[in-house]
Design a protein around this ligand. Structure first.
Ligand code: FAD
Length: 423
């Protein structure tokens, strides 16, 4: 995750490091990783501006830790935090959700019917987990009938751990899935698979279980070197691979899954299944003119339209975005948030100061690809899918102990510093 994120961005606060005087009304939608980091950076860089952040959620979840909760390495409480701890004092926190955007009128409406006008809008709503797109699936099933999902929240990650714990004791068939298209932390479904396999080995139960990873496409990971590594690593660990298998439906009580494949529907029985739903922009964004109207980011999720480098909306130039909601070729990790937020904040400040935006997001993303308890590969790459390692002692192509220690011990502190706009 936050690989280079640990090291800071190099971009100055404000425009050229100065505090800017402004009376602009700035609205940030979403108080997750990106929204809080934006609020803190802008609050420190502006004098006189009125900054409002809108999000009903008070609880903050350290989502990168959910993989460790779901596989028994961390207790649930370790990922729980409060947004209030990171909220800048001068920023107004409107505890509601946005129901509708009206960018032509420079305003939005909350789900309580309040109209909020703005001069500048920053969108950081994260994404929607589309469980309803899988027939027979609902979040109430997580933790029952052998169904797990690392994605939703700490309670569901904890129930997923109960399912994995039981499966590794009893054995049987374990199916692992991945939603098609853009998903947050695309490494997470792979990590859950490898950590389950590792647990079976540690418990001396590997022979009692058959594990199959079902990819909706023809690969396992977008970065080609890591993709090649995994395509041989999974079979070496006896993990079967099904290509072009998109999870379409579940019969929970029968423990049977239906996959759409190019040859037609395929039904597979399981004892444990890790469900990863398709993901898309949250409804208010999905249905707004701010979303991509055509092209790959419209078809796959109707994500927020932004210039992939400046993170500024090309059709509504007073709108910027950061985090999982933006439609860019790479992103959807906290590591990307770390790289995007300074760019979006800096470019907004440049525009406020009447200058051209000059910071560029290069697509940086990172994933400590945990292959077993105590071992991981720190994979960092950019829009060109080129590896951009931050730490000379860490070889991205090798399973090592140090990236595991980073994931297990260090990165949560770096994430919290990012929320405070400090790195
Ligand atoms: C299981 C898992 C493992 C992960 N592992 C890693 C990892 O190893 N490394 C890594 O870098 N990243 C990882 N991530 C991804 C990382 O957590 C996300 O990319 C990051 O949290 C995105 O930040 P965000 O601000 O865009 O979204 P979020 O942090 O999800 O915040 C979005 C906020 O927007 C709010 N919101 C939504 N709709 C509205 C609305 N209509 N009105 C107002 N507010 C709204 C929500 O309430 C929420 O508070 C992982 C994620 C998961 C789930």
């Amino acid at each position: 995750m936050l690989g280079a994120g640990v090291l800071g961005s190099g971009l100055a606060f404000g425009s050229d490091g100065r505090v800017i005087s402004s009376s602009a009304r700035i609205v940030i939608v979403g108080a997750g990783a990106a929204g809080l980091a934006l609020a803190n950076r802008l609050d420190r860089s502006l004098d006189g501006a009125r900054i409002t952040i809108i999000d009903r959620r008070e609880r903050h979840i350290y989502q990168p830790g959910l993989t460790l909760v779901a596989t028994g390495a961390w207790p649930t409480g370790q990922v729980l935090d409060e947004n209030a701890r990171y909220m800048p004092r001068d920023v107004e926190w409107l505890k509601a959700n946005v129901a509708e955007f009206d960018p032509d009128a420079n305003c939005l409406f909350t789900d309580e019917g309040q109209r909020v006008d703005y001069d500048f809008l920053l969108i950081a709503t994260g994404l929607h987990l589309d469980f309803a797109a899988i027939e027979g699936m609902s979040t109430e099933l997580i933790g029952r009938e052998g169904i797990g999902c690392v994605y939703d929240n700490p309670e569901h990650a904890t129930r997923t751990w109960a399912m994995i714990d039981a499966f590794t004791a009893q054995g049987g068939v374990g199916l692992f899935t991945r939603g098609p298209g853009g998903i947050k932390c695309a490494g997470a479904p792979l990590k859950v698979t490898m950590l389950t396999e590792d647990l079976l080995q540690r418990r001396g139960r590997r022979g009692a279980a058959e594990l199959v990873y079902n990819s909706p496409g023809k690969g396992l990971f977008s970065q080609p070197d890591i993709n090649e590594f995994l395509k041989s690593h999974f079979p070496e660990r006896g993990i079967g691979l099904n290509w072009s298998h998109r999870l379409k439906g579940l019969e929970a009580e029968a423990r049977r899954a239906t996959f759409a494949t190019p040859e037609g529907d395929v039904r597979l029985d399981y004892d444990f299944i890790h469900v990863v739903p398709p993901m898309r922009a949250p409804d208010p964004l999905f249905n707004s003119p701010l979303a991509w109207q055509e092209g790959p980011f419209a078809d796959d999720g109707r994500w927020l339209e932004v210039d992939r480098y400046t993170l500024r909306h090309p059709r509504y130039p007073n709108v910027f975005g950061a985090g999982d909601c933006v439609g860019t070729p790479i992103g959807k990790t906290a590591a990307s948030v770390k790289a995007q937020v300074p760019v979006a904040a800096h470019n907004l400040l440049r525009v406020l100061a009447g200058r051209e935006e000059d910071a560029r997001y290069n697509g940086y993303t990172s994933c400590p690809l945990v292959t077993a308890r105590g071992s991981a590969m720190l994979v960092e790459f950019d829009y060109e899918l080129k590896m951009v390692p931050s730490f000379p002692v860490i070889d991205p192509m090798r399973e090592q102990w140090l990236p595991w220690v980073m994931k297990d011990r260090l990165l949560q502190g770096a994430y919290n510093a990012m929320l405070r706009g400090r790195v």
